[in-house]
Design a protein around this ligand. Structure first.
Ligand SMILES: *Cc1c(COP(=O)(O)O)cnc(C)c1O
Length: 393
């Protein structure tokens, strides 16, 4: 039998798994050893060399999920982001990157890159022409995040990959929001794919990890820096992440389905002003999404009408938790004006399109009807608590 798995759920369940030759158990054994024989062995193994049996097994699964030759796993998403960027950028090099990037990645540039003499240009919109206009003779990397946080704007992967390749520039994507279930950037020519595995890969809000996938050559280059920086993931968490990935396909499909239904429901709600979701036909990136995504994802954002008191709305929810982070099996939401964009001035927020009433929603796997009734009752309550306008006399 040809054991090359093709379907996403089969890859999630089986690819890379370690065989338990001794007891023939059904799941990968966990090897916690930090000390391995060095004589008469093919590979000298050590956790910080990213090559323990469980690490290698999980990397095979992640490479298969992202349609790449090779992969590496890290102790956090930011370890994956920082190691990948620094592996391809040195003093005097230049990076093109959208301003609407994950906050931690932005802080890495703003707080650290100056020390290393690495230059960067923040682009305001991430269309292909914005990348093109920002490219300089010393540009080595174009970095993307699509769909973006929190307004879910889309970038055409193929167009940016072609542009960069024609100039000899590497492309990297933070593919966290889409997950490998909804988007495989390698198929469109992107070189290096990065994930915060803390999000959809882990999926239960209880694991912090990161991953990188790409060609063997590119991943080897990242590995050489990674073993010096030391951001490896503990084998116990590696094993838990393997378990989480087994259900990623079905989890994310359920999250996609809930997000789409919620986006449709909210866009008809009288007290919701706007909904941002790539699966809606009116979304400016809808055509790009159809071309490059298998599903539209579990993340959406919406704006509460001025008639709704945001705090009262968030407090009145029964199942849906106001919570940082995203992508767990439980639905969560947050107000970007209070969290990721809380340090900006009101004018800067307005310019970035982050209004007071903007809510970012991470759809879980609960039943849609329960999510809908929770949102409905919270919106009703938040409407009645808003101080009434003075009666006309
Ligand atoms: C959370 C997140 C990261 C950082 O991952 P950590 O695991 O928190 O280090 C990077 N990019 C995106 C899009 C994220 O959501």
């Amino acid at each position: 039998m040809d054991k090359t798995a093709k379907g996403i759920n089969t890859i999630c369940t089986h690819v890379g798994e370690l065989e338990d030759r001794e007891f023939r158990g059904a799941v990968s054994p966990l090897y916690m050893s930090t000390s391995y024989a060095y004589e008469e062995v093919d590979v000298k193994r050590y956790p910080r060399y990213f090559n323990t049996p469980n690490q290698e097994a999980l990397c095979r699964k992640i490479a298969a999920l992202e349609h790449t030759e090779s992969a590496l796993i890290f102790g956090s998403g930011m370890a994956a982001v920082s190691t990948s960027l620094l592996a391809f950028l040195q003093k005097g090099d230049h990076l093109v990157i959208p301003r609407q990037i994950y906050g931690g990645t932005y802080n890495l540039l703003a707080e650290e890159f100056g020390k290393y003499g690495i230059e960067y240009t923040l682009i305001d919109w991430s269309g292909v022409s914005d990348f093109e206009n920002a490219i300089q003779p010393n540009t080595r990397v174009c970095y993307l995040e699509t769909p973006s946080n929190p307004l879910l704007s889309l970038t055409d992967l193929e167009a940016v990959a072609n542009l960069a390749r024609s100039r000899g520039i590497k492309t990297m994507i933070d593919n966290t929001f889409a997950s490998p279930v909804n988007q495989n950037p390698r198929d469109f020519g992107i070189d290096i794919i990065i994930h915060s595995a803390t999000k959809y890969m882990g999926g239960h809000s209880d694991i912090c990890a990161g991953a990188v996938a790409g060609s063997k050559e590119d991943v080897d280059r990242i590995f050489h820096l990674a073993k010096n920086l030391g951001g490896s993931l503990s084998d116990y968490t590696v094993w838990l992440l393997e378990r989480s990935l087994k259900t990623m396909g079905i989890r994310v499909k359920a999250q996609n389905e809930n997000a789409l239904q919620l986006a449709r429901f909210l866009s008809k709600h009288p007290h919701i002003d706007r909904v941002y979701y790539p699966g809606l036909e009116g979304h400016p990136g809808h055509e790009i999404a159809k071309k490059q995504m298998h599903g539209y994802g579990g993340m959406l954002s919406f704006e509460l009408a001025p008639s709704i008191d945001r705090r009262a709305f968030m407090k009145s929810l029964k199942w849906i938790k106001a919570s940082m982070s995203l992508a767990g099996v439980e639905s969560t939401l947050l107000a970007p004006s209070q969290t990721s964009h809380g340090l900006l001035s009101p004018e800067e927020r307005e310019q970035a399109g982050i209004r007071e009433g903007l809510i970012r929603f991470s759809a879980g796997i609960e039943d849609f009807e329960d999510l809908r009734s929770d949102l409905t009752q919270a919106l009703d309550r938040a409407l009645s608590t808003k101080p009434a306008a003075l009666p006309k006399t």
